[in-house]
Design a protein around this ligand. Structure first.
Ligand code: C2O
Ligand code: CU
Length: 488
């Protein structure tokens, strides 16, 4: 079985969408589908007041009898999961009790620019002892997450992340809704942190963790009703690692990508770079049986989750993969779209001391002087510009100047031998075409660029300054980051 999966995986890597859309007994049994149902209008929601305190908290990440590690987190849970309903507003007071500044970025949530959580670009950094209030009314349902946006390798590496689920996208109730947030820890055996950044890692595929985990510690073990419909929300929250997700012991269908409903298709394996999410619908097996969620990426497979089934079984009903309503996001007009092209590459040349050439009160000078937000070395670039490098007075200039309300098609080219999950803040884009992986057209906020791959995405520009970067954290820290300026 495992060998078959790996063969399938290789087939998918080289093959076409047709191989993904191949027959599945689950789908064959399901009634014929046209399109996903339209979502009913959103009702006015509740207000949630959350207090998140960024601070160091001891936690046993190496097992209950292992040593303590100095985790940095937002809550007493290492990996908090919060659920709200579509239409609800969250008012988050972020209190910073760390020794360095921080912020919260709402990854994948289409927030107003001022709430996007990027120090200097959209807000002042939240200094130690300070707080900041984020008011966010997510316009879309789905599976999202939060994280800081400077010194990300170390802050996220030590734990700073959380899962945000916006409910209200399902036509019916499932029998269980499981969250699997995948993340490695870079720990020595005594529980202390190893360096989060290494020159070898930062200049290649990234520095890998030493201990794998789901939802903070170990792998996930759970029990669900036999023959139930199980929704699995899978997030790759690692700094670096790619995973190839498959399910064994049950049939699984992909129902959403980065929180956006997609016409369901059978899961063979699904490659996820850091920050990418996928929602699955699984029909659980009979009582006493179990199924697993497995990562096939490395030669040693790793089991993220083992899910057992228990009696009483869920009421028997035909499997309906059309669980979700259609996603409602602005769609680009492809005939009128303006085209822009971005090449992701290694950096070239040496770096100038840009900060010295800026006026001291220039906010950009502050970015360049703030070692938490830039490095003095760059290994990577977007269109030959490295985030930390440069020599102009107005550095760093935007990677592109866009017009609000206008449709764009971006061509993304990977000129490196390493994969890069590329993320655009504040927008949900449509992935129009990919050249290396078999993927249907879908909506996303992060798209994986395989080595030498060419991908096209389309979206309608929203006003603001929006970061655009690789989500391998060492890649963004070492140059593969920039921003787009969208003006009205
Ligand atoms: Cu999760 Cu700038 O992104
Ligand atoms: Cu990258």
């Amino acid at each position: 079985m495992r060998l078959d999966r790996r063969q399938v995986l290789q087939g998918i890597a080289a093959g076409s969408v047709a191989s993904i859309a191949g027959a599945s007994s689950l789908l064959a049994k399901a009634p014929p589908r046209n399109a996903l149902a339209k979502r009913p209008p959103v009702k006015g929601g509740r207000i949630h007041d959350w207090h998140l305190t960024a601070m160091e908290r001891p936690a046993r990440l190496l097992g209950a009898s292992g040593p303590e590690s100095a985790v940095w987190s937002y809550t007493d849970d290492v990996m908090p999961v919060r659920r709200i309903m579509l239409g609800d507003t969250i008012r988050v007071r972020l209190e910073n009790r760390l020794r360095e500044h921080t912020s919260i970025h709402w990854h994948g949530v289409r927030v107003p620019n001022a709430m996007d959580g990027v120090p200097y670009l959209t807000q002042p950094p939240v200094q130690p002892g300070e707080s900041f209030v984020y008011t966010v009314t997510p316009p879309d349902p789905g599976t999202f997450f939060i994280h800081p946006h400077c010194n990300e390798s170390a802050q996220t590496g030590r734990g700073m992340s959380g899962v945000l689920i916006v409910e209200g996208d399902a036509r019916s109730q499932v029998d269980a809704d499981l969250v699997l947030a995948y993340k490695d820890w870079r720990l020595a055996t005594d529980g202390t942190w190893l360096a989060f950044e290494t020159p070898e890692g930062a200049s290649r595929a990234g520095t890998f963790g030493t201990v794998r985990s789901v939802n903070g510690a170990g792998s996930f073990q759970g029990t669900v009703p036999a023959r139930g419909d199980i929704r699995i929300r899978l997030l790759n929250l690692d700094n670096t690692r790619l995973i190839d997700i498959g399910v064994e012991g049950a049939e699984a269908v992909v129902i959403a990508i980065d929180g956006n409903a997609v016409a369901p298709f059978p899961l063979e394996t699904w490659r996820m770079g850091p920050a990418m999410r996928v929602d699955l619908l699984v029909r659980a097996p009979k009582a006493g049986a179990e199924f697993q969620v497995i990562d096939y990426f490395s030669t040693e497979t790793w089991t993220l989750a083992t899910v057992r089934t228990s009696a009483p079984a869920a009421p028997s009903r035909p499997f309906d993969p059309d669980l979700l309503y259609e996603a409602v996001v602005p769609r680009a007009d492809l005939r009128k779209a303006e085209r822009m092209s971005f090449t992701f590459s290694a950096s070239s040349g040496s770096l100038a001391d840009a900060a010295g050439q800026l006026a001291p009160d220039d906010p950009l000078a502050k970015i360049l002087l703030d070692g938490l937000c830039v490095r003095d070395t760059a290994f990577w670039a977007i269109n030959k510009a490295s985030w930390s490098a440069g020599a102009h007075r107005t550095l760093p200039p935007p990677l592109g100047l866009l017009k609000a309300g206008q449709s764009y098609v971006f061509e993304l080219m990977n000129a490196t031998p390493h994969p890069h999950p590329i993320h655009l803040h504040g927008h949900t884009f449509e992935v129009l075409s990919v050249s290396r992986l078999a993927r249907p057209r879908h909506l996303a906020d992060t798209v994986l660029l395989q080595p030498k791959e060419r991908v096209e995405i389309a979206f309608v520009a929203e006003e603001g300054n929006w970061m655009f970067h690789c989500h391998v954290l060492e890649h963004l820290e070492f140059g593969m980051m920039g921003y787009l300026r969208v003006e009205s």
